[in-house]
Ligand binder design. Structure first.
Ligand code: ZN
Length: 389
């Protein structure tokens, strides 16, 4: 058991300075002053001068690797445990990407199981970019009902030259099947939607909201910050239709495409324009392929998107863009938890999972990461390594 003493708790709402007792993988108790001697075999972690926040949820990670768009040699490698936990992320949703041929659902599920065995919490989406959706059992609904880790469908590509160019009706059918699969399995039934540069932007999502009874909470369009025009459409969609939007964090902030919006700045803009702080999420798009530049901006080759960018953009939102800590945390904790219907995730309260990040109050530098009650990072050093690290 661990007793975290005198930390300023952000649940993500600010709760002030508290002690938090973690045991059996869960948050057991929270109070202003918990005596250490109350529990047998308890290790005290000093939280003074630090904030305690929920472990981050990354709802879009290519855990198997992604890429391959420059030929087979550009397929990115599988993710390792330390790539995830070093950035304070304790829950990931794995997905396939452009390549639904050599990357398969069975492989994705096995990788997700492996990461879970190594200590974090994992889920997956069924499908890839393509429509009809490639599934394990043959149908979205069956995958949702029969496979425990499947919480939705994605990433389905629309408004993109790499998309299967589904019709509006085909797209609505995917959302409907995912929703009903979610209802029958007691899961979220969320469709993660890859947004490309196309001029249709969020037209298909507007169509679903207008022509069907499906609520906005079954759809999460991602890469909304890839262009200013899409960002503007996303803000309108969230503000006027109650939609949810997801900003991607893994682009190198020093060499953003001139039209791309840094995720932290995108969050600030969305909030300033009146989008509810409950309707914006961040995800990393981690382990996908990413161009790498030298300090002069010269293209060096391909690298791999980092899950750690999720924490970086949350921190930059607070320290650089002036977003309140609670609002920035929501985008990476309770908001994705609500959309993914994960009641034990994304919040610090008695009975939720022991997924926690302890960070410096001023710099937000990570000191401790705990996943399901186990210390994975301590003094900024990764203690828990993956099987082949
Ligand atoms: Zn994508």
């Amino acid at each position: 058991m661990y007793l975290i003493k005198n930390a300023e708790v952000y649940a993500p709402e600010s709760l002030g300075v508290m002690d938090v007792l973690v045991g059996g993988g869960q948050i057991l108790k929270m109070a202003k002053d918990l005596p250490a001697e109350e529990a047998y075999d308890v290790e005290v972690i000093d939280g003074s001068g630090k904030v305690l926040v929920p472990g981050l949820i990354d709802a879009h990670v290519h855990i198997l690797g992604g890429g391959g768009e420059g030929g087979a040699k550009t397929r990115t490698p599988e993710i390792m445990l330390s790539d995830i936990i070093s950035g304070g992320v304790t829950t990931v949703v794995g997905c396939l990407g452009t390549d639904g041929c050599t990357r398969t659902m069975s492989n994705l599920l096995a990788k997700a199981k492996g990461l879970e065995e190594e200590g974090i919490t994992t889920y997956v989406y069924t499908g890839s970019y393509q429509v009809p959706v490639r599934t394990l059992t043959g149908k979205i609904m069956d995958d949702m009902i029969l496979l425990e880790k499947v919480v939705g469908t994605g990433e389905i590509a629309i408004s993109d030259h790499r998309s299967s160019q589904p019709s509006k009706k085909e797209f609505a059918r995917i959302v409907a099947d995912t929703r009903v699969g979610g209802i029958l399995s007691g899961k979220a039934g969320l469709v993660n939607i890859h947004m490309g540069d196309g001029e249709n932007r969020l037209k298909f999502l507007r169509y679903v909201l207008k022509k069907t009874e499906i609520p906005a909470s079954n759809m999460l369009p991602t890469h909304i910050n890839r262009s200013r025009a899409l960002m503007e459409d996303g803000i309108d969609y969230a503000k006027n239709l109650g939609g949810y939007i997801d900003l991607t964090t893994s682009s190198d902030p020093d060499f953003l495409d001139p039209d791309e919006v840094k995720a932290s700045t995108g969050l600030k803009t969305a909030l300033d324009e009146g989008v509810s702080e409950d309707h914006v999420t961040f995800s990393s798009d981690g382990q996908g392929s990413l161009p790498v530049f030298d300090s002069h901006g010269k293209f060096l080759g391909l690298g791999v998107g980092k899950v750690t960018s999720l924490y970086r953009e949350m921190r930059d939102a607070v320290l650089t863009d002036g977003v309140p800590l609670t609002a920035a945390l929501k985008a990476v904790t309770c908001n994705p938890a609500a959309l993914l219907k994960l009641p034990k995730k994304g919040r610090i309260e008695e009975g939720t999972d022991g997924d926690l990040v302890l960070a410096d109050r001023k710099t937000l530098e990570i000191a401790v990461v705990m996943a399901k009650g186990r210390v994975m990072v301590r003094d900024g050093q990764v203690l828990a390594k993956g099987t082949f690290e």
